[in-house]
Design a protein around this ligand. Structure first.
Ligand code: FAD
Length: 429
C-alpha cells in the first residue's frame, strides 16, 4: 500500500494527489528542490493505461533539465518527420522536419509509450525519496491555518504545507474549487499498440503520420525503438450526437472510416476493440489556486488531444511551480503564497490558449466539403520550413506572463476562394 520512504521523519511539505504523469512529474520537480513530497494515488498500483505519447520540445526541454531525456530517448523513438495527409484521398498536405524542429527549439520531438514515461518518472521519484502511496482515494480538500489537508475515503486525514491536486479530468479538487463539468466533444479515440512483427505491411516508422478527414482522423507512429506500431483512430460518434449513452462502440469505428483511403483502412483492424476513450475537455478556468491548494495537469486544463500537449502541459506545470519554489526560498522554508501566486499568474493563460487552440485544430482537421478543400489548399501552400505557427507552443516555457509568446494568427479558410477554383480537381478527390 505504501512504499518505504527515504525522506525521513518530519512534516511532509507537499502532498500530491494523483500519480499520473502530471502528479509524478510535479512530485519529482518539487523533490528536486529538497522538499519532502508524498504522492497519494487512488489505484492499487502506479501505472498508465493507453498507448503512445508525443512529447514536443517544450516537454523534452524540461526532461533534459531533469536529466531524464536520455532515458526517454532510449525507450522511445525520435521520428524524422511529421506528415499530414488527407484521410480521404491519401495525398500529402504538409510536413514538418522534426530534426530541423529539434535544432530550432533546442530539444527533440520524442514519441514514447506512456507507461514507459510514467515508469521513468516513478523511478526518478523513488530515487529522490518521494513517499509513494497507493490505495489513497482523496474525497475532500480544506485549507488550514498553516497549509492544507485532504480527507481520504477511509476517513484518514493527511496534512501538508501545500496540496497539489493532479487528479485528472474528473478531479475532486476541481469540483471543490469551481463545480464545472467536463465538456463532451462527441469524439472517441480507439488506440492500438502492437508489435511491428505482427503487422503484415510496410509502415514507415520514421514518421509521425496524421491522416485528417471528415469527422475523423488517424495517427500512426512507432514506439520502443520501432518495435511497436502505435495507432490512434478518432471519430465523431453519431450515437453521442443522438444522445445515446452507449456511444463510441466498435460498429461506429468501422462506419466512421469507410470513406477513407486504403492506408487508413488497413490500420483499422489493428485497433484494440475492447476499450475506447470518449473525449472530453473542460472550459478553461483562470483560477487554479485556493489558499494552499493548487490544481495541476488535467485537473486544471484537460484538453482535447489534437495538439498532443496534455501531458506536456502537466510536465510544464510542475516545472514552473518548482522554479517558483526555488525563487521563493526564505529562511525557514518556502514562501508558498509567493510561489503559488507566481504559478497562478502564468500557467492558466498559457493553458487556456492550448485548450482553445486544440478545439480549433480539431475542427480544422475534421472539416468536410468546401471548407475541407480550402483547408487543404492552405496546408499545401505552407512552406515546409515555416514553423511560425508553433513558436508559441514549442518555445521555452514562460515563468512570468511577460515571457508568454504571442499567439499564431490562423489563416482564414475563406482567404483561399480564388485558389480553390484553380485547385479543386486536386483537393476535392
Ligand atoms: C487519445 C489520447 C491521446 C493523447 N496523446 C497525447 C500526446 O501525444 N501528448 C500529450 O502530451 N498528451 C496526450 N494526451 C493527454 C494526456 O494523456 C493527459 O493530458 C495526461 O496524461 C494527464 O495527466 P494527469 O497526470 O494530469 O492526469 P491523469 O493521467 O488522469 O492522472 C490522474 C491520476 O490521479 C488519480 N486520481 C484521480 N482521482 C483521485 C483521487 N480522488 N484520489 C487519489 N488519486 C486520484 C488517478 O487514478 C490517476 O492516476 C492524450 C490523451 C488522449 C485521450
Amino acid at each position: 500500500m505504501s512504499e518505504p520512504s527515504s525522506s525521513g521523519a518530519g512534516t511532509v511539505h507537499v502532498l500530491v494527489v494523483g500519480g499520473g504523469i502530471g502528479g509524478l512529474s510535479a512530485a519529482y520537480a518539487l523533490a528536486r528542490q529538497g522538499l519532502r513530497v508524498r504522492v497519494l494515488e487512488q489505484a492499487s498500483e502506479f501505472g498508465e493505461v493507453g498507448a503512445g505519447l508525443q512529447i514536443a520540445p517544450n516537454g523534452t526541454r524540461i526532461l533534459h533539465e531533469y536529466g531524464l531525456l536520455d532515458e526517454v530517448k532510449a525507450n522511445g523513438v525520435l521520428p524524422a518527420s511529421m506528415v499530414m495527409r488527407d484521410a480521404v484521398d491519401g495525398t500529402e498536405l504538409t510536413r514538418l522536419d522534426l530534426r530541423d524542429l529539434a535544432r530550432r527549439y533546442g530539444a527533440p520531438y520524442v514519441v514514447i509509450h506512456r507507461s514507459d514515461l510514467h515508469a521513468i518518472f516513478l523511478r526518478a521519484c523513488r530515487d529522490l525519496g518521494v513517499d509513494l502511496r497507493t490505495e489513497q482515494r482523496v474525497t475532500s480538500y480544506e485549507n488550514t491555518a498553516n497549509g492544507a489537508r485532504v480527507t481520504l475515503a477511509d476517513g484518514r486525514v493527511e496534512e501538508a504545507e501545500v496540496v497539489v491536486a493532479a487528479d485528472g479530468l474528473h478531479s475532486v479538487a476541481r469540483q471543490w474549487l469551481v463545480r464545472d463539468e467536463p465538456v463532451n466533444s462527441a469524439y472517441v479515440a480507439y488506440r492500438g499498440a502492437i508489435p511491428i512483427a505482427e503487422v503484415d505491411r510496410e509502415v514507415n516508422l520514421d514518421e509521425v503520420s496524421v491522416h485528417i478527414g471528415p469527422r475523423c482522423h488517424f495517427v500512426r507512429y512507432g514506439l520502443r525503438g520501432g518495435e511497436i506500431l502505435n495507432q490512434v483512430a478518432v471519430f465523431e460518434s453519431p450515437k453521442a450526437l443522438a444522445g445515446d449513452e452507449n456511444w463510441g462502440t466498435p460498429d461506429e469505428l468501422d462506419a466512421a472510416f469507410l470513406a477513407t483511403c486504403d492506408e487508413v483502412q488497413a490500420g483499422i483492424p489493428l485497433m484494440w476493440r475492447d476499450r475506447w476513450w470518449r473525449m472530453f475537455d473542460r472550459d478553461p478556468i483562470m483560477t487554479w489556486v485556493d489558499g494552499r491548494i493548487a490544481l495541476l495537469g488535467d485537473a486544471a486544463h484537460p484538453p482535447l488531444q489534437y495538439l498532443a500537449q496534455g501531458a506536456v502541459m502537466a510536465i510544464e506545470d510542475g516545472w514552473v511551480l518548482a522554479q517558483h519554489v526555488a525563487r521563493s526560498r526564505q529562511t525557514g522554508g518556502v514562501d508558498w503564497d509567493g510561489a503559488l501566486s507566481a504559478y497562478q499568474n502564468v500557467r492558466p493563460e498559457h493553458c487556456r490558449r492550448v485548450v482553445f487552440t486544440a478545439r480549433s485544430w480539431g475542427k480544422l482537421w475534421h472539416l468536410d466539403g468546401l471548407p475541407r478543400r480550402q483547408r487543404n489548399v492552405i496546408l499545401r501552400a505552407r512552406d515546409a520550413d515555416d514553423m511560425s505557427f508553433i513558436d508559441w507552443l514549442y518555445g521555452p516555457t514562460a515563468l512570468v506572463p511577460g515571457d508568454e509568446p504571442p499567439m499564431f494568427e490562423p489563416i482564414p479558410l475563406d482567404s483561399v476562394g480564388i485558389e480553390l477554383s484553380q485547385t479543386s480537381s486536386r483537393s476535392s478527390r
